[in-house]
Design a protein around this ligand. Structure first.
Ligand code: ZN
Ligand code: ZN
Ligand code: FE
Length: 759
């Protein structure tokens, strides 16, 4: 053996199965003329290569730089081992049993190679809606267990034909070990059904007919990757309105799907990063500024009253086929009734969506794990998720350290659950409002599924402090495991710490709608310091009454009246917005403190200001008043109002009464809503930065984390990040998980792990 020949053993883990990793290594080794092997191995993928040192270096460099787009290396180890005189490079197919530490890949949008074949009339998969390869296709949604192998997927009852087998076994083929590999001869088929379930057409005819029905303004339920969509012509006002009526979703904006980036640019103004995320394998819905609603050809009821549009590109072959036939944009919204989980099963869809869809475009590849489309938005220089689901889940959040296994069950609205295993956290997809019975079932099935595919055995279950949340009850009553209760805003703080891989302590500015406070009030505008082991509340928004509790959340004018009356010590001036309401009984409630829980919620402050200045009085979806107020302001920064921070015993209060009085004076002076909104946002930014400075002065902590659903407001996020940085703070934000309650479970889990490690 010549001296200059070395054998190097490289062990990698992460997302390395189902993403074309072994063929990639095989082809790379052949390119460099190296001998050796690549094999799946219990903790990931093992590579051994033999050659001269400089070539091995180049190989390793290429290995890391040219990684298949969907692969994710989490750990990479390389060491020299004795040479064995290997002559060629092979893929070692011996299956290694034992604990599978490799990760299941998220579902992947159709790749460009498969797209070309889909529309190539001589290709054997021409117009076949289930074309896929190792770089694309279903993954998480079809996995029933581990290891990730065809037998453990929804493809297990389709037997590959000889031609598909050949591709599957050929290491140089793009479909080498592509578990969902299929063709028109051996794979799943689509059919178009009428509402009663009777088949109207199959195969290519089904697509043609479906496109024709869409053009006629019909509503179609279409089986996708993570669940059913409801689809309708986005340019047909009557059809969109009919969908809204039937779906009981009066005003919430609907997402639109188009065939490609060029079509997307006809509807939205897209920056580079936005175009990249739209065309990424995750293929999320992107919230982007609409070009102009007046002449973009979209029905005005797609996203009424909003300047931004939720847009996504076709991501399954079926979408591409449909959008080739039906050339215009399609509304594609989750196939469910409001608040229920998305449908995944054909019979379930036919039953549950019977009152909504006129026709059903279904197929016989089952979906095992439902996930809604992810929603992302660009804010403060980063693409950030508003809802994390299909395309991202089950990718882990990489943690700074190892520790015991923990399950956290999140909050209630926009719920997620999270598993900690080793140095990775696995947050679930968005599960919705688990007060809904169907969503509660989805919550339970997801916990079982995640534990199974990650072979997790948590030692502790962490839940919210709120005793009445269903997630709390589930954790306490049904698990037989030790439990830990965590305060909502502490969990937000810890989640942002974990995402940014730091230990703390930090200052936390946590702004949201509702979280159970240990003092029995509703928290939601909190200035904390803390880390995984605990927190202290330094200040909050001045607590105000919420007349009727939940009734006020749905009717911002009630909140506005309460804030107005508090600001003027009993009864404030009768502003124009009150004219349209029967407000006297509510005023009596406020006066006598009847059913008026106190809240420091920032979400409610937004509601109050929005309603006071004549904006949204009653909401049709969560956050509507605040979103509209933000959009009213546009991009410009206003002159702040005077603000104050008041001592209140052990903590300070960010003055709300003074702010409301100034807004009131402006309304009476006839200021525009646009101007009030700008000034209000700026005041909040300056007041919060002032609070952070005050805490820094007393604690010498210079790092601030921002968390809570209010930070989905780009004016506030960008304004506050900018000002805090000017003041010398290090500012950390969410970019892997939503800032809203979707991030709670990660924070809970980290606090739980710390608790286990300390006890
Ligand atoms: Zn492909
Ligand atoms: Zn086949
Ligand atoms: Fe929250």
């Amino acid at each position: 053996m010549p001296d200059n020949i070395h054998r190097r053993k490289i062990v990698v883990n992460g997302v390395v199965q189902g993403v074309g990793f072994r063929p990639f290594v095989y082809n790379l080794a052949r390119r460099y003329g190296l001998a050796g092997l690549v094999a799946n191995y219990s903790a990931g993928v093992k590579i051994e290569v033999e050659g001269s040192a400089p070539v091995l270096e180049r190989f390793e460099k290429s290995l890391q730089e040219e990684l298949p787009a969907q692969a994710l290396l989490i750990d990479y180890r390389s060491e020299d081992v004795p040479t064995v005189g290997a002559q060629d490079f092979v893929i070692d197919l011996s299956e290694v049993s034992g604990k599978a530490a490799t990760l299941v890949s998220p579902d992947l949008a159709l790749c460009s190679d498969c797209l070309v074949e889909l529309f190539d009339s001589v290709d054997r998969r021409y117009h076949y809606p289930f074309i896929n390869c190792t770089n694309c296709g279903p993954r998480y949604s079809i996995v029933t267990g581990i290891p990730y192998d065809r037998a453990a997927t929804a493809m297990h009852h389709f037997t590959m034909c000889a031609e598909c087998q050949r591709e599957y076994r050929d290491p140089t083929n793009r479909r080498f070990h592509a578990q969902p590999n299929a063709c028109p001869v051996c794979g799943p088929q689509i059919s178009l059904c009428a509402g009663g379930g009777g088949t109207i057409a199959k195969g290519p005819q089904a697509v043609l007919k479906a496109a024709g029905l869409l053009a006629e303004g019909r509503i179609l339920a279409i089986k996708g990757l993570g669940g059913f969509h409801l689809a309708v012509d986005a340019g047909n006002e009557d059809a969109v309105c009919l969908l809204r009526d039937r779906k009981v979703r009066e005003e919430k904006p609907l997402a639109v799907m188009v065939a490609d980036l060029d079509k997307a640019r006809q509807l939205c103004v897209l920056e580079q990063a936005e175009a990249e995320v739209l065309t990424s394998v995750a293929a999320p819905i992107l919230l982007a500024p609409a070009c102009s609603f007046s002449d973009n050809g979209l029905a005005s009821s797609v996203a009424p009253g909003l300047a931004r549009l939720g847009i996504m590109l076709a991501y399954t072959p079926l979408h591409h086929l449909l959008l080739r036939e039906f050339a215009g944009p399609l509304v594609m919204t989750s196939g469910n009734l409001s608040e229920e989980p998305i449908c995944i099963d054909n019979n379930e869809a036919l039953a549950r969506l019977a009152g909504i869809a006129d026709y059903f475009l279904i197929h016989d590849r089952e979906i095992y794990m439902r996930s809604d489309d992810s929603v992302v938005v660009e804010m403060a220089g980063k693409i950030r998720p508003l809802r994390r689901g299909r395309g991202y889940v089950p990718r882990p959040v990489q943690l700074a350290a190892d520790g015991p296994q923990v399950l956290a069950v999140g909050g209630e609205l926009k719920n997620t659950v999270c598993l900690l295993k080793g140095d990775q956290a696995f947050p679930s997809q968005h599960l919705g409002d688990i007060k809904n019975l169907g969503a509660y079932g989805f919550f339970q099935e997801t916990i079982v599924h995640l534990q199974k595919i990650f072979e997790a055995e948590p030692q502790l279950v962490v839940h919210d402090l709120h005793p009445a949340y269903l997630s709390t009850r589930w954790a306490r009553e049904e698990q037989g495991l030790p439990v830990l209760a965590v305060q909502h805003h502490h969990a937000h703080l810890a989640s942002c710490l974990a995402e940014n891989k730091i230990e703390g302590p930090v200052i936390g500015i946590i702004l949201d709608g509702t979280g159970y406070g240990p003092d029995g009030t509703i928290w939601g505008g909190e200035i904390l310091t803390g880390d995984y082991s605990g927190f202290r509340r330094h200040g909050c928004l001045e607590p105000m009454p919420l007349p009727g509790g939940d009734a006020a959340v749905k009717a911002p004018w009630r909140t506005a009246l309460a804030y107005l009356d508090m600001a003027y010590d009993e009864s404030g001036p009768v502003l124009p917005f009150l004219a349209e309401h029967n407000y006297e009984p509510v005023r009596e409630m406020i006066k006598h403190g009847l059913n008026c829980p106190l809240t420091s919620s920032c979400g409610r402050l937004f509601d109050a200001v929005a309603a006071l200045c004549g904006g949204r009085q009653v909401i049709a979806y969560e956050g509507q008043a605040a979103i509209e107020l933000m959009e009213t302001a546009g991009q410009e920064i206003g002159e702040p109002y005077h603000w104050d921070i008041l001592e209140n015993g052990d903590i300070f209060h960010l003055g709300v009464r003074g702010l409301i009085r100034q807004v009131t004076a402006e309304v009476m002076a006839g200021a525009t809503r646009q101007s009030i909104s700008r000034r209000f946002h700026r005041t909040l930014v300056e007041m919060l930065a002032g609070a952070a400075e005050r805490v820094r002065a007393g604690s010498a902590i210079n790092t601030v984390v921002l968390s809570g659903g209010v930070f989905n407001n780009y004016l506030l996020l960008e304004g506050l990040v900018g000002l805090l940085e000017v003041k010398g703070f290090e500012v950390l934000t969410h970019s892997q998980l939503p800032a809203g309650d979707g991030c709670l479970s990660l924070g809970q889990a980290m606090i739980g792990r710390q608790y286990l490690m300390a006890s």
